[in-house]
Ligand binder design. Structure first.
Ligand SMILES: [Ca+2]
Ligand SMILES: [Ca+2]
Ligand SMILES: [Ca+2]
Length: 462
């Protein structure tokens, strides 16, 4: 098959190093290749040949987008499932769905799930999800909530349809509450409200140059395009410090603060502002740094000033960004606990054609982190300036791309700072994707996702 990511084949991590090459291939007629012969190109064409392409051998001259589209691409194989998979899942039988979550969560064993979940003192929060037809039991559930001295603290809507609510209740009541809800068939699923975090590691003071954009060839790419304001990118994170001199011009106030429940997603941590700068700091304004793409950028604040957030906040951020017209959602956050609620929000965005990118995590282990672990989301690992996997980066065949993530300088509320983490790698992919989409506004998300994989270098066995 065309790619090495197809399930069952030898898995490779691909790193985003050749945005210039990507754009060059797309604009093959406008650009003189000769001036820019590089390792990137050679690796790309070698890889294309090595992968077979159904017997075709690609040469520099005939790799055009048209040619690419004609290749016999097994989309289902590449993305593992048929495109209507979500439809199948949402109509899954209620009892089956509840059995799934019962298998996943033993609510009589607090220790099993407490480390992933929202716990404050002696109270916790549960997600009560409806699979469409169960929403008629809303009033019965409200009665039950009152009976257990619980309260509803958040509600999730998608396309005007009520999908889930978040119940806060004493930990001692959880087992009885979930059992009663199951017996009365009041919910499609119940799960702990998962905890997620920003993935960055302490600053490295010895780095003071921007190697990331140079590594991926952005300075060359900008000769072709610097980005289009038609492309809207959402940073789902700690917010954006939109007063920043090097961000203000590209920021649009379309997002929301789901942590404090207000319309002002101003960053009170710095992490989200750093990610935003990597994607879209203002280019050529004689100050600060250069973001990868001159596109519109918005913030959904879903993480606290300490860099933590819960599944319902992140789900609402994803849904809202999608509704506001974001084409790319960058999520430099993750957690090891699977959340059905978060997955439903991801599917909502995915079905509307949004490209979703998230971090692989910083624990140097082969363990899936969510939302990156969902099929709909591109999982991004981090590399250092020598193209090695960053020491901290998680790894495994579930990772789709790798990008610069060590000693990355970008914007923070106080000015500029260097940070490391898969958190920094994720916005590099989002930024490259934003450039690509600026140049090819009529192309689909799947086309873009495939291009990102197809043109990335092999980093080697994951
Ligand atoms: Ca706020
Ligand atoms: Ca600048
Ligand atoms: Ca994934």
């Amino acid at each position: 098959m065309l790619l090495m990511h197809v399930k069952g084949e030898r898995s490779m991590i691909k790193k985003i190093v050749c945005v210039f090459m990507i754009l060059t291939v797309i604009n093959a007629f406008n650009v003189a290749f000769a001036a820019n012969a590089s390792n990137c190109e050679n690796q790309f064409f070698n890889q294309a040949s090595a992968n077979g392409n159904g017997g075709e051998t690609l040469s520099r001259n005939d790799v055009t987008p048209q040619k690419f589209d004609e290749l016999n691409i097994d989309w289902d194989g590449i993305f593992y499932r048929k495109t209507n998979f979500s439809e199948k899942e949402t109509i899954k039988d209620y009892a089956q769905s509840f059995q799934d979550c019962q298998r996943r969560w033993d609510f009589t064993d607090f220790n099993e799930w407490s480390k992933f979940a929202h716990i404050e003192g002696n109270v916790t929060r549960l997600v009560i999800g409806f699979n469409g037809r169960r929403s008629a039991n809303f009033q019965s559930l409200e009665k039950m909530v009152a009976k257990y001295q619980a309260k509803i603290v958040n509600k999730i809507w998608m396309d005007g349809e009520f999908k889930a609510f978040i119940v806060e209740l004493p930990i001692v009541s959880v087992a009885d509450f979930t059992k009663e809800a199951q017996i009365k068939e009041l919910a499609g699923y119940i799960e702990p409200n998962m905890r997620f975090q920003a993935f960055f590691v302490p600053n490295d003071p010895y780095w003071n140059v921007q190697w990331g954009p140079k590594k991926i060839g952005a300075d060359w790419a900008w000769n072709i395009t610097v980005g289009s304001s038609d492309v809207l990118v959402a940073v789902v994170d700690t917010g954006i410090y939109y007063y920043h001199e090097d961000l203000a011009a590209n920021y649009v106030p379309l997002g929301y603060d789901w942590v404090n429940m207000d319309a002002d997603p101003l960053d009170d941590n710095g992490h989200g502002t750093h990610c935003a700068g990597i994607i879209a700091a203002v280019l050529n304004n004689s100050i600060g740094i250069s973001g990868l793409a001159q596109v519109r950028i918005m913030a959904e604040k879903v993480l606290t000033s300490d860099g933590w957030g819960y599944a319902d906040w992140i789900a609402n951020g994803i849904i809202h960004a999608t509704d506001m017209g974001a084409k790319i959602i960058s999520m430099s956050l993750g957690g090891y606990g699977y959340s059905q609620l978060l997955h439903e929000a991801v599917k909502y965005a995915y079905e509307k054609g949004v490209l979703l990118v998230a971090t692989a995590g910083n624990d140097n282990i082969n363990m899936m982190v969510y939302p990156a672990g969902y099929d709909e989301v591109i999982a991004v690992a981090a590399t250092d300036q020598y193209d090695n996997k960053a020491e901290f980066s998680n790894w495994g065949d579930w990772i789709e791309l790798a990008a610069p993530g060590v000693g990355i300088i970008s914007t923070v509320p106080q000015g500029y700072a260097s940070m490391s983490g898969t958190s920094m790698a994720c916005p590099h992919v989002a930024g490259v994707a934003a450039l690509l989409w600026s140049l090819n506004p009529l192309k689909t998300r799947d086309w873009l996702r495939l291009w990102l994989r197809y043109t990335a270098d092999d980093l080697g066995d994951s």
